[in-house]
Ligand binder design. Structure first.
Ligand SMILES: C[S@@+](CC[C@H](N)C(=O)[O-])C[C@H]1O[C@@H](n2cnc3c(N)ncnc32)[C@H](O)[C@@H]1O
Length: 435
């Protein structure tokens, strides 16, 4: 109930009602694109978006063909209302369900309904018992269906868990506007007291501190599980789902072969989680285990309705950001051409492009395996030769005594000695991890 109440008050992601999806948002929702990553061809005809929030309906409607039946499920009435509103008159074959995911799936199982694409982005870790939902997924997925799923890599969120604990210690509740504002001011002020927070706020989206919906979702959530990634991977495995691809959004797994083309083993990921080389979320493509995914990487012969500009994040990486503008457009053009017709990447263009840029783009879906000739696949998909990938420990420079004074000023009230002790312990718990 608490989770529903949260998303009624703070629908996610809380974009303005006239906001348009960016190319990368359209692409990541596209069933054809996710099928390509799973080694399957074609476009979905019956798609299920679980925990759709208030913005995914628009992205799916824009990128999917009109014959694809889109089923949007969310327990928040407000998210469903805003999602529907965004579609305006362009609703097409979209259907909205204000319902709990588990009860929705049980209903579909009893009606023998099946879906060929399921999207579960940022949802499972907010459910008190995700295992019971994971168990139902293979029963509603077509034999050649594909799931895109994102769950938190909890170990990479120690600094966020620290803030969550501190806000609880300070008794700041998301339901009161003034307490929310104090919470935001407190979190902003943490950068003055600890290098850890200075570092993370430098590197994360400014939206976290400017948009209340994003702030509550991250720092004041009513239910965030802290299971590590081995829990998620073994839950999928036990329930008959195979992870076939992982998106390494932050280039943390460069010492492994391209994880979009060959899924790393759990022990390889856990080793990198333990020494903090891998802190990004688990962004996975899953297929039913019963059928061997063909992994052929066929084009979908479908004209994806994307914008003329390529996803901007493809070119935010060191290896790709200095490519000439014209080249960036060429990558996008060839990418489209392959999706529609299966045309291979032109060999001369490949030779002119720095190898590092090719490898990076292949790791983030900017160059697809099917676009390459057999002879190039192994070399491009290999691990990247890297040095110094271990995170540097941060300097310890926290001033906790000042923190208590600062917090008292922000809150306009004194802290009890128990609160001081708890804040201190939490700060230590966070800092020890990163120093
Ligand atoms: C973090 S948001 C993600 C929204 C969307 N998937 C996105 O990526 O923009 C989580 C969403 O899951 C929904 N949700 C959480 N638990 C749910 C449940 N048990 N049944 C249905 N929806 C749920 C919430 O209402 C919220 O809209």
């Amino acid at each position: 109930m608490q989770v529903k109440a949260q998303y009624e008050s703070f629908p996610y992601p809380g974009y303005p009602i006239l906001a348009k999806p960016r190319t990368e948002e359209l692409l990541s929702c596209s069933s054809a694109y996710n099928r390509i990553l799973a080694g399957q061809s074609g476009v979905a005809h019956n798609t299920l978006i679980l925990g759709c929030g208030e913005f995914q309906p628009l992205a799916f409607r824009k990128v999917e063909p009109h014959y694809n039946r889109l089923n949007f499920v969310d327990l928040s009435a407000r998210s469903i209302r805003r999602g529907r509103l965004r579609l305006g008159l362009n609703k097409g074959n979209a259907h909205f369900y204000e319902q709990d995911i588990e009860s929705f799936l049980l209903e579909k199982i009893s009606n023998c309904d099946r879906f060929d694409h399921i999207d579960l982005y940022g949802v499972l870790h907010h459910m008190p018992n995700p295992g019971s939902v994971i168990k139902l997924l293979p029963r509603v997925l077509q034999r050649d269906g594909v799931i895109r799923c994102m769950v938190y890599n909890s170990s990479g969120r120690r600094w966020i868990h620290g803030i969550q604990k501190m806000l609880k210690t300070l008794d700041l509740s998301p339901w009161s506007k003034s307490e929310r504002r104090r919470a935001i001011r407190f979190v902003k002020s943490l950068t003055e007291y600890s290098n850890v927070y200075d570092y993370f706020f430098e590197n994360c989206s400014p939206r976290l501190l400017t948009n209340e919906n994003a702030f509550v979702d991250t720092f004041m959530h009513r239910c965030e599980l802290q299971d590590d990634i081995s829990f998620w991977l073994s839950s999928f495995d036990r329930c008959g789902l195979e992870c076939v691809a992982l998106l390494d959004r932050y280039s943390e797994l460069d010492d492994l072969p391209n994880p979009l083309w060959s899924m790393p083993r759990t022990d390889q990921l856990m080793e990198r989680v333990r020494d903090r080389r891998f802190e990004g979320n688990l962004e996975l493509i899953l297929v039913p285990k019963a059928i061997e995914a063909k992994r052929v990487c066929e084009s979908s012969s479908y004209d994806l309705k994307l914008y003329a500009q390529p996803p901007s994040w493809w070119f935010l990486f060191d290896e790709t950001n200095s490519l000439p503008r014209k080249w960036k457009r060429h990558f996008w053009m060839h990418w489209h051409e392959w999706v529609q017709t299966g045309a291979l990447f032109p060999e001369d263009f490949l030779k002119q492009t720095p190898f590092r840029a090719i490898q990076r783009l292949a790791r983030i879906g900017g160059i697809l395996r099917g676009q390459l000739r057999e002879k190039d696949i192994a070399v491009i998909g290999a691990a990247i030769d890297i040095e110094g990938s271990f995170p540097e420990p941060l300097d310890k420079s926290s001033h906790l005594n000042n923190l208590f004074k600062g917090v008292e000023q922000l809150l306009g009230r004194g802290l009890s000695s128990q609160q001081q002790l708890d804040l201190y312990k939490t700060m230590e718990w966070v800092e020890e991890f990163y120093m």
